[in-house]
Design a binder for this molecule. Structure first.
Ligand SMILES: Cc1cc2nc3c(=O)[nH]c(=O)nc-3n(C[C@H](O)[C@H](O)[C@H](O)COP(=O)(O)O)c2cc1C
Length: 196
């Protein structure tokens, strides 16, 4: 199932400087839902297309784009609970699994309960081969740098939207792979629970 996302805003009331100043990792989320416009904005901030040559908000070594962005929707208005993959080319979400997997992700991924309480969870994964095919072993370094770029875009965008997020690096890779049914060549790198 394909969900067309609303177009991202290209301007907003909070400046980049203010976003940098107010950004903080937030771990306590209310039970209030996120909106589809907010999911659109966060996905676009991380990996949205911003040029005719299909370059993105996030820099990428050799423009090879090894990162994938998954949205685990638990409490998002106008979005069925489930797991989705962001398609930058069409600015859409493609559903890969139905149902609320937040509790399974928190448990099998051995993460703090904050993942369970977030309205949505953004997962950045990497397909290393896209970059190591050109750059060899050094490409692994590039992929990790790119995950940092993308994650920072998400947390600054979240700050600008008045949302809370936290960067989660401590999780069980195999558990996350299993819950989200990732292919063997796709590695989970960074998890960002988002909520109000
Ligand atoms: C690579 C990385 C991994 C992190 N992993 C976790 C994590 O697993 N769980 C968590 O609660 N916070 C995690 N954090 C968030 C840090 O604890 C947080 O950034 C730090 O306490 C500074 O607070 P601030 O981000 O609000 O300024 C991580 C941050 C980074 C950069």
């Amino acid at each position: 199932m394909k969900i067309a996302l609303p177009a991202p805003a290209l301007a907003g009331p909070v400046s980049l400087e203010q976003s940098l100043y107010i950004r903080r990792c937030r771990r306590d989320f209310s039970a209030l839902p996120l909106g589809l416009q907010e999911i659109s904005q966060l996905a676009w901030a991380a990996q949205g297309i911003t040029s005719d040559m299909e370059q993105r908000t996030c820099p990428s070594a050799g423009a090879l784009y090894p990162l994938e962005l998954l949205v685990i929707a638990g409490n998002v208005q106008d979005l069925e609970t489930g797991v989705y993959r962001y398609a930058p080319n069409t600015h859409a979400l493609l559903m890969t699994a139905r149902g609320d997997v937040r509790a399974a992700l928190a448990e099998r991924g051995r993460m703090q309960s904050l993942v369970q309480n977030a309205a949505a969870v953004i997962l950045l994964t990497a397909i290393y081969g896209r970059t190591t095919g050109k750059y060899g072993q050094r490409g692994i370094r590039y992929v990790h740098m790119e995950a940092g770029h993308a994650a920072q875009n998400v947390c600054l965008q979240a700050a600008a939207l008045g949302l809370g997020t936290v960067m989660v690096g401590a999780f069980d890779d195999d558990g996350v792979r299993e819950v989200l049914n990732l292919a063997p060549d796709e590695a989970p790198l960074y998890i960002l629970p988002v909520g109000r």
